[in-house]
Design a protein around this ligand. Structure first.
Ligand code: FES
Length: 131
């Protein structure tokens, strides 16, 4: 899991405008390669922070949004998997309740600067346009 507190190195890859991530609003979805396989990821804003995760439930490796970009529960408090209801903390990706166990979501480093949001590939999570 790429969730260290060390700031990511380099400039990152442009993901979207900061304004594209409204507070507790619809997520911005993007494609990545996870361990060399195509996968989807999402970024959203919660308590002012841009956060991003692989769109993959810790319970069963399936996409979680009930409609594209809709990851939050009815109260906009938690990320919820639409399949069997696992609930995750939006800021940490940690499992709060449900069948996600202690595994949590796979976090992707993002950084916001000058009105733009950038994401940072890791050893495991790479841009979709790379082999
Ligand atoms: S697949 Fe997400 S809660 Fe089971």
């Amino acid at each position: 899991m790429n969730s260290s507190t060390t700031p990511p190195a380099g400039d990152g890859l442009l993901l979207c405008d900061a304004a594209d991530l409204p507070e507790r609003g619809k997520a911005h979805c993007f494609e990545v390669l996870q361990y060399g396989q195509p996968a989807s990821a999402f970024a959203l804003r919660y308590e002012g922070q841009a956060v991003a995760y692989l769109n993959r439930c810790a319970h069963v490796p399936t996409e979680m949004d009930w409609q594209e970009g809709e990851f939050l529960d009815g109260d906009k408090q938690y990320i919820i998997c639409s399949i069997h209801g696992a609930v995750y903390d939006p800021l940490t990706g940690r499992c709060v309740t449900g069948m996600c166990g202690r595994i949590g979501l796979h976090k992707i480093d993002v950084q916001e600067r000058e009105g733009k949001v950038y994401w940072y590939p890791s050893r495991d999570t790479k841009p979709a346009f790379e082999d």
